[in-house]
Design a protein around this ligand. Structure first.
Ligand code: FE2
Length: 221
């Protein structure tokens, strides 16, 4: 009989899981992140073209021009699905805490399936056209995928092109604002595994460079 790691159950049940190993620090966090990632699928490159990215709260001027930090800086980062600017966003996002920083800048998690979209609203989300801005590779799409497996949502790269698209974006924005997110406060060595097709994530206000440093890997499955 194969024994699955404990986090698989939480991941299947609520779309995200915490994986904590006592005393995990520095490079060992990254090694464990990669080990868990390899159990789930294939590592893929993020915006910086790296298989492992280091994520720190950033000032507007220091951030990648198309990242959410370029728009929101140290302010709260809105809920989003990672890699919404790709035709198929990655399935999992894994974050490992190298340094929580002096202030605990929380990660917020919200399952879009718990936002109570009615059948008519789901139809709007899967049919209203939106524009996904990503330079030369920009494309047209919908917020909800045609098989309803994921929600493409990221205020940093998604724009409405007609009234229906505006209504769809407003609807998601409104439901997210009303939703009750789970809040994760970081401790050194914590690993979060997020089903990116199901759970949107955001960040609380950082206000200044808190020193928080997370390692991030993205997984296709
Ligand atoms: Fe993100």
């Amino acid at each position: 009989m194969i024994t699955l790691p404990k986090f698989f159950l939480a991941l299947a049940k609520r779309g995200w899981a915490q994986h904590v190993i006592e005393g995990l620090e520095g490079d060992a966090v990254v090694s464990e992140l990669n080990r868990v990632g390899d159990l789930l699928g294939t590592r893929i490159r993020g915006r910086t073209a790296s298989l492992m990215e280091v994520v720190r709260p950033q000032a507007v001027d220091d951030a990648h021009p198309r990242s959410l930090s370029a728009r929101y800086g140290f302010g709260a980062l809105p809920f989003h699905a990672e890699l919404s600017h790709r035709p198929r966003p990655c399935r999992y996002v894994l974050l490992g805490c190298i340094e929580p920083g002096p202030l605990s800048t929380a990660t917020l998690l919200l399952d879009w399936r718990a936002l109570d979209f009615s059948p008519e609203e789901l139809h709007l989300l899967e049919s209203a056209p939106i524009f996904v801005r990503t330079g030369r590779r920009s494309f047209y799409s919908t917020i909800l995928s045609s098989d309803r497996s994921f929600l493409r949502y990221d205020p940093g790269c998604i724009e409405a092109i007609d009234m229906r698209g505006q209504a769809a974006l407003r609807l998601v924005e409104q439901r997210l604002a009303e939703g009750l997110p789970e809040v994760h406060h970081w401790h050194r060595g914590d690993i979060l595994i997020i089903d990116n097709w199901r759970v949107l994530h955001g960040r609380g206000t950082s206000e200044q460079d808190t020193g928080r440093c997370l390692a991030r890997i993205l997984i296709d499955a």
